[in-house]
Design a protein around this ligand. Structure first.
Ligand code: ADP
Length: 231
């Protein structure tokens, strides 16, 4: 299902933080929202998640206006900067929480997919930061979401772990056909992961294109970016 955002404005009190945002996330694709801190990325993500209301404009999931879909029918799941796991539960129990009817075997399959085979009975504190983030990803995808919203999901990780998780997320979301929005201040990350990139500044979309178009347009975008090779 496509997500379509049309003429969206968002105001907090007197402060206008989003101006006439138009954006589409085509079904099954990965779109990135990149821009400096305070440019409005997280606010837009929270609007799509239904955690905030638009001041004006519309968000559609497919043909249906978002507010007409009950929150538990939206199929939206999020992955944040820090892994969100219940520390008093095992890794397997955390993953199972994401499922409607979780069987042990299916939990194992998800752990396999994220490279955590045999760790179902470990407690969360026994995992490294990168492993916890992968367990969070397993839980998020085990819920079979239509939409995955990623809010700076790599920022607590070192570069090799970051690259590893990027590749893993792309591989799994492509395999499951999950429509993905990535919010990041890291241009390289946006370029490496997304099919299409929107650039935000002070609540406006100031540029957009696929990674190749953006690299051609702005040499800054091309800096140190390997458009192929990583996956
Ligand atoms: P980014 O994710 O790009 O860092 P945000 O969407 O978090 O940007 O913030 C955009 C602007 O909106 C900032 O100026 C921020 O202070 C403001 N803002 C975000 N949430 C709120 C809120 N709940 N109340 C008031 N202002 C907010």
């Amino acid at each position: 299902m496509d997500v379509t955002i049309q003429h969206v404005n968002k105001t907090f009190g007197q402060k206008k933080v989003l101006h006439e945002i138009d954006l589409t996330i085509p079904s099954g694709r990965c779109v990135a929202l990149v821009g400096p801190s305070g440019s409005g990325k997280t606010t837009l993500l929270r609007l799509i998640a239904g955690l905030e209301k638009v001041s004006s404009g519309a968000i559609h999931f497919g043909a249906t206006e978002m507010t007409r879909v009950a929150p538990n029918q939206r199929g939206v799941t999020m992955l944040f900067q820090r892994p969100l796991l219940f520390p008093h539960l095992t890794v397997g129990q955390n993953v199972r929480l994401g499922m409607k009817a979780g069987h042990k075997q299916e939990v194992e399959q998800w752990l396999d997919r994220v490279g955590l085979s045999g760790r179902a009975d470990a407690f969360v504190h026994e995992l490294s930061g990168g492993e916890q983030q992968r367990a969070s990803l397993a839980r998020a995808l085990a819920s079979r979401p239509n939409f995955l919203l990623l809010d700076e999901p790599f920022s607590s990780l070192d570069l090799p772990r970051r690259r590893e998780l990027r590749t893993l997320i792309r591989r799994l979301t492509e395999a499951q056909g999950v429509t993905t929005l990535l919010v990041t201040h890291d241009r390289e990350e946006a370029m490496a992961m997304a099919d299409y990139v929107y650039v935000m500044e002070q609540g406006h979309i100031i540029d957009q294109g696929n990674p190749v178009q953006l690299a051609e347009k702005s040499p800054f975008f091309g800096d140190g970016v390997h458009l192929s090779g990583e996956w």
